[in-house]
Design a protein around this ligand. Structure first.
Ligand code: SF4
Length: 685
């Protein structure tokens, strides 16, 4: 008889869906059990019985013929993907030997763990860090995704709580700003839809008409990187028309007087129109709607932060919600990231106390230059898991050059032979989320969930925790930490005295119960919880001033990228494609077909010249060139090219991916990545 097993989707997505797997016991032994269907848990308050299109046919991923099922050892040139099967003992012995060699000859800093959110399972994502801390390895600053947006949010309203997505139903105006919710946070949509049924309008502010904009009431097609100018202009109009919430500003904010005197007068609708590329009437119309709304909700996308002015843009948007006073209104305020509210004891899994001294730190966007250029010591041992830098890191040519180094020993723990894995000396087989146990938090809701494995691991795949334990044993580490199983680690994570975990019963969580944090339902915003140094929303940040950074919220324009000097007039955006999640699912031919069969470049008719849809075009800058298939469309604006991804380079034309053209420049705040801030030239092939 088929049975239902509950698990959690581990992909890098805010929704952290609770998943029901239908398992059939095909053979006589438990090892024969097979997952035949994946569907959303109807009892989870946010999953609400459905999964996104990527995961609702997940059995295709689990049983793909392309899965890496055994440890592999390279038997050809790096990058070629020629491997022979080996056993786990041989793999672990070889890896431990190379770690010891690097440690002895060039020190711990010549060892690097390179990882990101390939699994959001808290134990398996984080436990390898403990091993690498123990080794004194180079530390990894995981700045590839959200650091710019996060810092903008943090310095203005403090890290932590934003509007509970379930409260979006109470909004009467939803601004989706720099996000494609239908693709990247689809479980927020039912709450927005419910609000719309009650009369709310949904407006999408984004440089291109993404899938969410297509189902919205209005699309505001802003010029990329100018969001702060629009937010400040909206605040200017609200002040001009006396639609500010003066009482809230007085009680819950600091620095408005200076903003009003020194900044807002410069952002007239006429001036903002010049900067943003929008019509004055569009800006006035948006301000009117904002002024008339009683519970305006702004969904802030992480992507806004991925430009050199990104942190400042998020500050300005948070400030806009401040001048309307919407943080105190049920359904109003900012919906950004709930992840910081899960105040778990992460140190219990990552063990920062095992660090010796202060090893050097690598910003993960610098992996290419680090592999190619770092000395004293050079990186000699690289361990990659939960990420695919050959596809997702900027300066792709350098990344591939670095991975090709013969004196670099690379281990990749993966489910598929990604472009990164093709450069590995040893590939280790990794399980899908149905095949291991873990504890999950979310960054799009407030529920914790623990899941046991739903099916046996395919082939010889092993979880991160199992690999760490095997390596530790081989390296002679006998700390009891290395013998803990997943449940023990999960229990240690839950052993936190933070008020948000008060009343959270670890036993019930570990029994698989979906458990809400101790955060009251239907809170009217979170103005009482601003976690800034002043405890208020800060239009002016003394902390930034101390760091020599602009203290007052403003739009200062973007830093001129060096590519512009090379006659690159067009701006390139690289947002997520609907069928991929970062580079995950790029292995599936079906997903690639849904995305057009090969990488597509959206071009506005005013930029296309003789180019027609379907033509092969080349975009280039000083970092290199990439060929794509043109799609001439008014879904993007003049001057802005859009290449949705992330395609694997090996599936692109000439085996080059879009990150050939992206740079490792950092954001104005937080030192984040700038994937949406690159200039290119365009030509027809
Ligand atoms: S990718 Fe996101 S929306 Fe899709 S199943 Fe996983 S958590 Fe849910």
């Amino acid at each position: 008889m088929p049975r239902l097993v509950k698990t959690v989707c581990s992909h890098d997505c805010p929704d952290a869906c609770s998943v029901l797997v239908t398992v059939e016991d095909a053979g006589k032994s438990p090892g024969d059990a097979r997952a035949v269907q994946f569907r959303g848990d109807p009892d989870h308050p946010v999953t609400r019985g459905f999964l996104c299109g990527k995961v609702n046919t997940y059995e295709q991923q689990v049983y793909s013929n392309d899965r890496v099922l055994h440890p592999l050892r390279r038997c050809g040139p790096k990058g070629e993907g020629a491997f022979k099967r080996i056993g786990w003992d041989e793999a672990i012995t070889a890896i431990a030997g190379r770690i010891s060699l690097a440690e002895e000859e060039t020190g711990g800093e010549s060892i690097l763990q390179y990882t990101y959110a390939g699994t959001m399972g808290l134990v398996n994502r984080n436990c390898p860090t403990a091993l690498f801390n123990r080794l004194g390895a180079t530390q990894l600053r995981q700045n590839i995704c959200y650091y710019g947006a996060d810092e903008g949010y943090r310095v203005t309203v403090g890290s932590g709580y934003c509007v509970d997505p379930e409260d979006a139903v109470h909004s009467d105006l939803v601004l989706v700003w720099g996000a494609n919710v239908v693709t990247t946070q689809v479980h927020l949509m039912p709450f927005i839809d419910k609000a719309r049924k009650k009369g709310a309008r949904m407006i999408v502010i984004d440089p291109y008409r993404n899938r969410t904009a297509k189902v919205a009431d209005e699309w505001i097609g802003i010029r990329p990187g100018t969001d702060a100018a629009l937010a400040l202009s909206l605040a200017h109009i609200l002040e001009r028309d006396e639609l500010l919430d003066r009482d809230f500003i007085e009680r819950r904010t600091i620095g408005f007087e200076r903003l009003s005197r020194e900044v807002l007068p410069r952002f007239t609708p006429a001036q903002a129109a010049k900067i943003t590329g929008l019509a004055e009437e569009e800006i006035e119309g948006l301000a009117r709607q904002l002024g008339a709304a009683s519970a305006p909700l702004i969904k802030v996308g992480i992507g806004i932060g991925r430009s050199t002015a990104g942190g400042g843009a998020v500050r300005a948007i948070c400030a806009l919600a401040g001048v309307t006073g919407s943080y105190e209104t049920l359904g109003g305020g900012i919906q950004y990231d709930t992840g910081c509210e899960f105040e778990l004891d992460l140190d219990a899994v990552t063990r920062p106390d095992w660090l010796r001294g202060e090893p050097r730190v690598l910003n993960m966007t610098d992996i290419g230059p680090a592999l190619c250029e770092w000395q004293e010591p050079p990186i000699r041992f690289l361990y990659v898991h939960g990420t695919n830098p050959a596809a997702t890191a900027p300066l792709q040519t350098k990344v591939h050059e670095g991975l090709s180094r013969e004196d670099l020993f690379t281990v990749v723990h993966e489910r598929f032979l990604t472009d990164t894995a093709r450069y590995a000396d040893i590939v280790l087989p990794a399980p899908t989320f149905a095949e291991y146990a873990d504890l999950y938090k979310a960054y799009g809701h407030l529920y914790l969930q623990y899941a046991e494995r739903a099916i046996p691991p395919r082939g010889e795949s092993r979880s991160n925790l199992e690999v760490v334990q095997a390596l530790a044993k081989k390296l002679g580490y006998d700390d009891p930490w290395f013998s803990r199983d997943t449940r023990e680690h999960a229990r240690a994570l839950l052993d936190s005295s933070h008020p948000n975990l008060e009343g959270v019963d670890a036993d019930r969580v570990l029994a698989g119960e979906t458990t809400r944090l101790n955060i009251p339902r239907k809170t009217a915003g979170f103005a009482e919880r601003f976690k800034t140094p002043s405890g208020k929303l800060e239009f002016y940040s003394a902390r930034l001033e101390e760091q020599g950074l602009p203290a007052l919220i403003d739009f200062t324009g973007e830093r001129e990228p060096e590519e512009e000097a090379d006659n690159c007039p067009l701006r390139l955006l690289t947002p997520p494609a609907h069928s991929f999640l970062n580079s995950s699912f790029g292995n599936l031919e079906k997903a690639r077909r849904r995305e057009g069969g090969r990488p597509v470049l959206m071009i506005h008719p005013d930029d296309s010249g003789e180019i027609e849809s379907g033509d092969e075009v080349e975009i280039s800058n000083l970092h290199g060139s990439v060929r794509l298939q043109a799609q001439v469309t008014t879904d993007t604006n003049k001057g802005t090219l859009v290449a949705e991804g992330t395609w694997w380079p090996s599936h692109g034309i000439e085996r080059r991916g879009i990150n050939t053209l992206t740079s490792n420049r950092l954001t104005d705040l937080g030192g984040g990545s700038t994937f949406h801030d690159n200039r290119v030239a365009l030509k027809k092939i």
